[in-house]
Design a protein around this ligand. Structure first.
Ligand code: ZN
Length: 198
C-alpha cells in the first residue's frame, strides 16, 4: 500500500517508515498500537505480581538464615528465581506454559480459565491485569501522544498497577505468612541466644 500517495511503490524499508509515520501522526492509531503493546506488558506484569513477593520472601529468609545460623539456606532456596528464571509453569502441576497459552486475554478465554494439562483454575486476575494494562496504556498514549512524558507516565502507570495488585494480594494471605515468619524468626532468635538480656 502506498501511504504517501506519490504513485511509486515503496520498498520494505520505506513501507516500515510510512507505517511508523502513520502511527506517530495519528493519535488514535498510536493509542491503539500502544494498547496492544500494553496487553503484552500486562502479561509481564502478571509475572512480576506473582514472583516479586516470592523473590522478596526468599531474600528475607536468606538474610535471616545467614544472620541466625551464619550459613546458606537449603539448596531449594538457592535455586535461581527471578523475573526470567524459571520458565512460567502451572503452579498446580508444574506443566510449562507454552507461547500459545500465553497470548494475553485470548489464551485465558480459550482455556476457559483452566490449566490445559491438569485443569487447575487460572485466576481471572490474569486476563483482568492484562486488560487493565492495555486500557491504561492506550489512555496514557492518547493523553500524552508521542513524547518523553508518555514514556515516563507509562512506566509509572505499570509500576503502580503491579504494586496495587501485589498489595491487594498481601492483604489476603502473605501478611499472615509474614506474621508467621516473624514469629518463627523470634523463636529461632531466642533459641540461638537464650541468655541475651532483653
Ligand atoms: Zn496444571
Amino acid at each position: 500500500m502506498d501511504l504517501q500517495g506519490s504513485g511509486h511503490r515503496p520498498n520494505g524499508f520505506n513501507k516500515q517508515l510510512s507505517l511508523a509515520h502513520a502511527i506517530i501522526s495519528n493519535p488514535l492509531l498510536f493509542a491503539g498500537v500502544a494498547g496492544l503493546f500494553g496487553l503484552l506488558v500486562g502479561s509481564f506484569l502478571n509475572v512480576v505480581i506473582h514472583r516479586l513477593p516470592i523473590m522478596l520472601e526468599r531474600e528475607w529468609k536468606r538474610a535471616a538464615w545467614q544472620m541466625l545460623w551464619g550459613s546458606e539456606p537449603a539448596a531449594a532456596q538457592r535455586e535461581p528465581y527471578n523475573l526470567m528464571v524459571p520458565r512460567s509453569a502451572c503452579p498446580a502441576c508444574n506443566a510449562p506454559i507454552t507461547a500459545v497459552q500465553n497470548v494475553p486475554i485470548l489464551s485465558w478465554l480459550f482455556l476457559k480459565g483452566a490449566c490445559a494439562a491438569c485443569g487447575a483454575r487460572i485466576p481471572a486476575r490474569y486476563p483482568l491485569v492484562e486488560a487493565a494494562t492495555g486500557l491504561l496504556t492506550a489512555a496514557v498514549a492518547w493523553r500524552f501522544g508521542v513524547s518523553l512524558e508518555c514514556v515516563g507516565a507509562l512506566l509509572l502507570t505499570w509500576s503502580l498497577l503491579a504494586l496495587a495488585v501485589i498489595q491487594r494480594g498481601l492483604d489476603r494471605n502473605p501478611r499472615d505468612l509474614m506474621r508467621r515468619e516473624c514469629n518463627r524468626g523470634e523463636a529461632m532468635a531466642s533459641l540461638r541466644a537464650p541468655n541475651r538480656a532483653k
